[in-house]
Design a protein around this ligand. Sequence first.
Ligand SMILES: Cc1cc2nc3c(=O)[nH]c(=O)nc-3n(C[C@H](O)[C@H](O)[C@H](O)COP(=O)(O)OP(=O)(O)OC[C@H]3O[C@@H](n4cnc5c(N)ncnc54)[C@H](O)[C@@H]3O)c2cc1C
Length: 302
Amino acid sequence: MHSQIARADVSLSALIGIHNELIVGTIAELGSEEQKAQWLPGLSELTQLGAFCLTEPTHGSDIAGGLATTATLDGDEWVIQGEKRWIGAGTVAAVALVWARDTADGLIKCFAVDTTHPGYTATKIANKMGLRIMQNADIVLNEIRVPRTALLPGAISFDAANELLKDSRAWVGWQAVGAQQAILDILRDYSLERVQFGKPLARFQVIQQTMAEIAGNLAASSAMMVQMARLQETGELEMMHAAIAKSTATRLGRQSASLARDALGGNGLLSDYEISKVLATSRPFTPTRAAITSTRSSCPAR
Ligand SMILES: Cc1cc2nc3c(=O)[nH]c(=O)nc-3n(C[C@H](O)[C@H](O)[C@H](O)COP(=O)(O)OP(=O)(O)OC[C@H]3O[C@@H](n4cnc5c(N)ncnc54)[C@H](O)[C@@H]3O)c2cc1C
């Protein structure tokens, strides 16, 4: 399903994928019964959106070791203080899943914060060139007081976040598969229609070679992702598999988009012909490989 939504629109697939994997998934897998009852009905029907608040202005790849947002238990309430950046749907979400460091034990935990709460401010990040359906936000969490029960009982260390991110990395690989299907659709249609030197571009071997390279990239990405799905099904998927699948499929996807953009000539630059939109989507959210390394070094028990 992920790849087919991405085939229609990569940006829309980012919105739906993050919603399913990191919002609904986090609450369903790590939340309390009370949190599930409060948030899952609206989120599952998409009448509400959520925001996954991990990245910070000064901590991206090094978030596991560097996360600076704090949560302090004060009587029956948690007091949350900090800033987040790049947060998808942060301006429109009903619930923010905020990852913060417990000042008592130093562990990173997740809290469900109602965004109508005083102290929650979200500002849209402007001028984004790709993935524009999903708006991203800078978020300020100014001494937000939430009940003790806002803590997700299953999310009491960064290992929990890492498990979620492992699956979302896998999903990004499927996005790259869908994007390459779209690239092939666009190039095939264009090269059959566009006539140069008296015949359609599709009749020239150099264009056929481009299509063959893209089809090869697509086949390689799909085969890798199918194997990854098998590993997921049997519970054998490791972070390394997900990271390799994501980085390889998106690398091949970028190469395919670049080849097709070239084959569309000047029209490759116009959003009317779609290829520039696919090219601009590049690689969406999930912390980079450096985050895995820093997580491992900050979690000696793993
Ligand atoms: C469209 C979009 C949507 C997003 N959505 C969300 C969201 O919903 N929630 C959320 O919490 N976050 C979100 N993010 C943030 C995303 O997770 C971060 O952008 C990502 O973790 C990288 O952090 P950074 O951008 O600060 O880059 P940096 O960490 O500053 O990295 C910059 C470059 O340096 C490289 N680098 C960094 N450290 C090392 C190292 N040790 N060795 C080698 N290279 C290194 C990186 O690979 C990268 O190429 C989103 C980002 C984007 C662009």
